[in-house]
Design a protein. Structure first.
Length: 244
């Protein structure tokens, strides 16, 4: 079996290192890659081809793990050459997922929930050929949601609407506690109900949100655009906060 990667960031590297099997070969391309990415690829057990078109043609499973804004373009440009399964792991809306489905033959809608480099991330998948990817459960906990492309993307959006809105509220409360010199007490009283490791997890969430505010804002915009018939008061407030 040949697994190809379009994009070679943290998700691709982590999956390559997790899936240890003599029956699986990995391929990618150096096409339009940065010097930093090329150096990372050199240190991995992966064959490098000249173009992503070649990667798509040769792959039994082609994995797209790029950015939300480039997901559809990648599918149009390379996914159409893939005769195998096209596994999209980008954080995109159901509308974008369904648009990708028009350009690839065997789309499986996927999402990795939890940090990919943590001990127990979970891969959620949906699509008519999702069952064929259940062998991945040996390497990363894998759960099939349904055969309906778009179901995982919808769940991703709902999860993001919760976590990012919660992050914005946490940032706001934390900022107020610092101004009033009550930072330690703020985390102490919350830890009584939220658990002893609440401060550690909260600070990680705060820094991650602030350091990736542009990407987080893009994801919130996708949520608002997709659920436009719903009155997303809290999500819109979170977008204003994170975009400051």
């Amino acid at each position: 079996m040949i697994i190809g990667f379009v994009g070679f960031g943290k998700v691709s590297k982590s999956l390559l290192r997790r899936i240890k099997s003599p029956d699986v070969k990995f391929i990618t391309s150096h096409e339009n890659r940065s010097r930093e990415t090329l150096n990372q690829i050199k240190n991995e057990n992966i064959q490098v081809l000249d173009t992503f078109r070649e990667v798509a043609i040769k792959s039994d499973i082609l994995i797209s793990a790029n950015s939300p804004k480039s997901a559809l373009d990648v599918a149009k440009k390379y996914g159409r050459y893939c005769e195998g399964i096209y596994l999209d792991l980008n954080n995109i809306s159901p509308d974008t997922t369904l648009a990708i489905d028009k350009h690839v033959k065997n789309l499986v809608d996927g999402a990795i929930i939890g940090k990919i480099d943590s001990e127990n991330p979970i891969l959620y998948i949906a699509g008519k050929r999702a069952d064929e990817l259940m062998f991945l459960d040996e390497y990363i906990s894998t759960k099939k949601i349904s055969e309906n492309v778009g179901d995982v993307a919808t769940l991703k959006l709902l999860r993001s609407s919760y976590t990012k809105t919660l992050s914005a509220l946490l940032i706001e409360s934390y900022e107020i506690s610092k101004i009033r010199n009550l930072e330690a007490e703020f985390f102490e009283i919350l830890a009584l109900t939220e658990g002893d490791d609440f401060k550690e997890k909260s600070m990680s969430r705060i820094y991650n949100t602030l350091n990736n505010s542009k990407r987080k804002s893009e994801e919130l915009e996708e949520i608002i655009n997709y659920f436009d018939e719903n009155d997303l008061v809290m999500v819109k407030a979170a977008l204003r906060k994170i975009s400051q």
